[in-house]
Ligand binder design. Structure first.
Ligand SMILES: C[S@@+](CC[C@H](N)C(=O)[O-])C[C@H]1O[C@@H](n2cnc3c(N)ncnc32)[C@H](O)[C@@H]1O
Length: 210
């Protein structure tokens, strides 16, 4: 995916201006269970926002993203272990049971089928490892996707955003060896005025020991 320079350079400022709290929420649900020196894979690391707090907490960050431009921006912040890879293509370039934990913030709403991500997180994480991730939160009887207009995508095109229900996520977790730990609903705003919001949910799951 080729991101424009403008998109990449303004990404962090837009995230701040629209009140993107995904990284803080993901870290907040997880920090009590992680230790300095442990490894963490960030799936769709972008400019590194979802990993910065984990790095501050002493974790060793490994990132994967489909956009070379986003990875360059991430590298400029001192993240060194970065891999250009499409999360829809399995296997990911990491050995089985090679990571302590994984994070995926602000990415899964772009995909209807989350199987590759859960399957690979389940393969790559060590037993007991944590997977913290954010999805568009499908409400009871709510739509499974929405079209977000160009005025809110910082681009010249409409983007489909997918919503997944608590039941769908529970099924993917169970199928891939994860047990739920906790989750929290919140709103992702798409504009600086904070008028247009998408329901989202952050989940913390643990790879089963058995
Ligand atoms: C909205 S940004 C989120 C970045 C960061 N995780 C954060 O919390 O701010 C979405 C990221 O997902 C990446 N992405 C989108 N599709 C992808 C794919 N198929 N494989 C890997 N990364 C992808 C984009 O390049 C972008 O860096």
């Amino acid at each position: 995916m080729d991101q424009t320079d403008e998109f990449v350079h303004s990404y962090d400022d837009e995230a701040e201006a629209t009140g993107w709290l995904g990284p803080e929420i993901a870290f907040g649900l997880t920090y009590a269970f992680v230790k300095p020196g442990q490894s963490l894979l960030d799936i769709g690391i972008g400019t590194g926002l979802g990993s910065i707090l984990f790095r501050k907490a002493g974790l060793e960050i490994h990132g994967m993203d489909i956009s070379p431009q986003m990875l360059d921006a991430c590298r400029s912040k001192g993240f060194m272990s970065l891999h250009l890879h499409d999360l829809c293509k399995t296997p990911y370039p990491f050995d089985g049971k090679s990571m302590d934990h994984a994070v995926c913030c602000g990415v899964l709403q772009f995909f209807s089928n989350l199987s590759p991500v859960f399957q690979e997180a389940g393969r790559i994480l060590k037993k007991g490892g944590l997977f913290v991730f954010i999805v568009g939160d499908r409400q009871e009887n709510g739509a499974s996707s929405i079209e977000v207009g160009a005025e809110h995508t910082q681009s010249d095109r409409t983007v489909t955003m997918y919503m997944h229900s608590v039941e769908q996520i529970a099924e993917w977790m169970a199928l891939n060896g994860f047990e739920p730990v906790r989750n929290m609903p919140f709103t992702v705003f798409m504009d600086r005025e904070k008028i247009h919001g998408l329901p989202a949910r952050c989940y913390l799951a643990r790879k089963r020991m058995g």
